[in-house]
Ligand binder design. Structure first.
Ligand code: RIB
Ligand code: CA
Length: 345
């Protein structure tokens, strides 16, 4: 029996955020209660416009979009438009949505939506509400500062961010979301830990294994020329960046894995540990995972370290491309085209 989950998506769309939104919209067990955007890949206001563009494509402008924090708690804001394009959509410069405007007040929306769970009668049929953070954690930190008790009503807090043993993607040790606002990430891990709400860290250890390759793109275009073509259009810029930056043919799509993990937690394996985020110096933004329990502190995170890329990509293609048929049919095709782990050129 599939368990429905309502989710608040806090994101910075951003190419892989867009793919995560498309995955969530196509996943029967996920019901998006609202989208908040944060300064990250692109400024929060632009991220909100991009979220509306994707919701319009899906005919889901009923889902509310709120603009959040425009700068990190302390650091200067550094976007990732070098990776995602100035428009955040691989410089496809999609038509803006005219019908509806993003709303202001992402932090209050997060808190109000969480508090609305408090009024639910015990054992109500209502699906649990979770927070899926796909960008820097600035909005969540502001919400925790303002009203931490609201998070008692979050079923799960899942964050795409950090790294346990994989190298960083914007410094030798730091992953972008936690590097962009290390103070927010540090505060969220510390404060949610105190509230007994461990963060499920979907970090680079697992997301680096999720690579959208030219062959998978070709398969998508064969299944649905318009949708496959759209995904190719918005990821082209990202492909170029990956080749120049990391010698990868294809692009690592981090955020959709975090969304898929929230839909089905058996997708990733890992362990519970105490995690702290470095906020100063050359390792600023590094997620320091106490996997050997040196500090004897109560675990405040579930660190995901294992994933089956074939299982994820099968889920992703089957949900976005109904023409693909069953998961078994999709798996049979992907088995021929997915590069075995570590076997990348
Ligand atoms: O480091 C990857 C993460 O940073 C992804 O969420 C990407 O969208 C950016 O936000
Ligand atoms: Ca993101």
């Amino acid at each position: 029996m599939m368990q429905k989950k309502r989710i608040l998506i806090d994101c910075d769309p951003g190419i892989d955020d867009v793919l995560a939104l498309m995955f969530a919209l196509a996943s029967p067990e996920l019901e998006i209660a609202g989208i908040t955007t944060v300064c990250g890949n692109v400024p929060a206001a632009l991220g909100a416009e991009n979220a509306l563009r994707i919701l319009k494509r899906a005919g889901r402008l009923d889902i509310p979009v709120y603009v959040g924090e425009e700068k990190p708690l302390r650091r200067e804001y550094v976007s990732a438009q070098d990776t995602h394009g100035m428009d955040g959509l691989g410089e496809t410069f999609m038509e803006p949505v005219q019908e509806i405007r993003p709303r202001e007040g992402a932090v209050d929306f997060l808190l109000e939506t969480l508090w609305a769970e408090a009024g639910q009668p015990e054992g109500a049929e209502r699906a649990p509400l979770s927070v899926l953070a796909l960008g820097p954690m600035t909005n969540l930190a502001r919400a925790l500062e303002k009203d931490p008790e609201a998070f008692a009503f979050a079923d799960r807090v899942v964050s795409m961010g950090g790294s346990f043993r994989s190298h960083g993607n914007c410094s030798p040790t730091a992953e972008y979301n936690y590097w962009c606002d290390p103070d927010a990430a540090a505060f969220c891990y510390q404060r949610l830990g105190e509230l007994g709400k461990p963060i499920h860290m979907v970090g680079l250890d697992v997301t680096r294994k999720i690579v959208l390759t030219p062959n998978v793109l070709e398969y998508m275009k064969q299944l649905d020329g318009e949708l496959g073509g759209f995904i190719q259009q918005i990821t082209r810029f990202y492909f170029d960046f990956h080749w120049k930056q990391e010698g990868v043919i294809g692009c690592v799509i981090n955020d959709p894995l975090a969304a898929a993990y929230l839909a089905d937690e058996t997708l990733c394996g890992g362990f519970d540990a105490y995690t702290a985020i470095e906020t100063e110096g050359i390792c600023l933004g590094q997620s320091v995972v106490d996997s050997m329990d040196f500090w004897k502190k109560k675990p405040n995170s579930r660190v995901l370290t294992q994933v089956d890329p074939l299982r994820f990509m099968t889920m992703f293609v089957t949900r976005l491309f109904p023409a693909a048929g069953t998961e078994e049919q999709v798996r049979r095709v992907l088995e021929q085209i997915l590069v075995p782990e570590g076997g990348r050129a």
